[in-house]
Design a protein around this ligand. Structure first.
Ligand SMILES: NC(=O)CC[C@H](N)C(=O)O
Length: 330
């Protein structure tokens, strides 16, 4: 039978990392091993797909810029238009994998599986996880059941929605977690599905990377006890067109910071209330009168995901009500 055609677009990260010895599981250099060497190291890939590699970047993911995000998405969009291709795998550092997976979920117009994958240990380490993660990612990318589900993240035998997933644990291999649960699992070269995403994505999204050339700056300010309202001002000075408030609890704002946020909103910046808590969601007019202040709430999107959606939303609208609609729908 014809094997699915899968392209592996490599961007760096620990899955391409190398350490000095087999006991170096956490001390190593990310983004060292080229994609062709990663593929050559897993001969079993040939049993599940016809694979070729493409080196997009060779970086640690914390160094991703908006420019690289747009460039990667444009490349993925163009690959997805190739009728001979069944699926795309993207190897990526784990630190900002959740930003890239959400971004691609919103802007690439395709039903084809787009699967992001990383690893927590470099390939030189004992019990390295990258080899099986990459094999599993190729299996998912070649699987017809994976079509139409938006971008997917495959790590630690689990298949997550690229929208929901977040890096929750560092050091350990069970690093990725979705508040609403993984979509399925991949075991011994087979996929097992249990749920589907309900939020708008890919073909049903109003965003299209072929029409986006740049993203406006959006910055995150972290909430805590005894914080400084001047941090919001600094974000505005740094060019932010929206500020994501990574608030305490339900996205709460200190009483002494409210005036600053109101002033910035009156200057045209958008204020998006998210939460530093991780799980749960922020509701409008809980903690602060969002209707009165014309602020937006991030719903269940964590601050870094809210930053991605806010940036894309601002390529379409300056209206806070429209922004809020998008935060409900995506
Ligand atoms: N486990 C990892 O991939 C982390 C390595 C690096 N910080 C990155 O995100 O690329």
């Amino acid at each position: 039978a014809r094997k699915p055609q899968v392209v592996i677009v490599a961007t760096g990260g620990t899955i391409a990392g190398a350490g000095a010895s087999a006991t170096n599981s956490a001390t190593y250099q990310a983004a060292k091993v080229p994609v062709d060497k990663l593929i050559a190291g897993i001969p079993e890939l040939a049993q599940v797909a016809q694979v070729r590699g493409e080196q997009a970047f060779q970086i640690a993911s914390e160094s991703f810029t908006n420019e690289q995000l747009v460039e990667l998405a444009r490349r993925v969009s163009s690959l997805a238009k190739n009728p001979a291709l069944d699926g795309i795998v993207i190897t990526h550092g784990t630190d900002t994998l959740e930003e890239t997976s959400f971004f691609l979920n919103l802007v690439v117009k395709t039903d084809k599986p787009i699967v992001l994958v990383g690893s927590m240990r470099p390939g030189t380490s004992m019990s390295a996880d990258g080899m099986l993660n990459l094999y599993n990612a190729v299996v998912v990318a070649g699987s017809p059941e994976a079509r139409g589900k938006g971008t997917l993240v495959v790590m630690n035998d689990q298949i997550h929605s690229g929208r929901d997933v977040t890096k929750r644990v560092n050091i350990q291999t069970n690093a990725f977690y979705s508040q609403w649960g993984p979509l399925g699992m991949v075991v011994e070269g087979k996929t097992f599905w249990f749920r589907s995403p309900v939020k708008r994505h890919t073909t049903a999204s109003e965003f299209d990377i072929d029409a986006v050339t740049a993203l406006p700056a959006v910055h995150i300010v972290y909430g805590s006890g005894s914080m400084s309202p001047e941090l919001y001002q600094a974000a505005a000075k740094a060019g932010a067109q929206a500020i994501v408030h990574a608030g305490t609890g339900n996205g709460s704002v200190p009483n002494y910071a409210v005036d600053m946020l109101k002033a910035l909103r009156s200057q045209g910046l958008h204020i998006v209330r998210s939460s530093r808590v991780g799980d749960g969601f922020v509701l409008r007019n809980s903690e602060q009168p969002d209707d009165r202040y014309d602020w937006v709430v991030a719903h269940d999107l964590n601050p870094q995901k809210a930053k991605i959606l806010a940036a894309l939303a601002l390529t379409k609208t300056r209206d806070a009500k429209e922004l809020q609609r998008m935060f409900w729908e995506y």
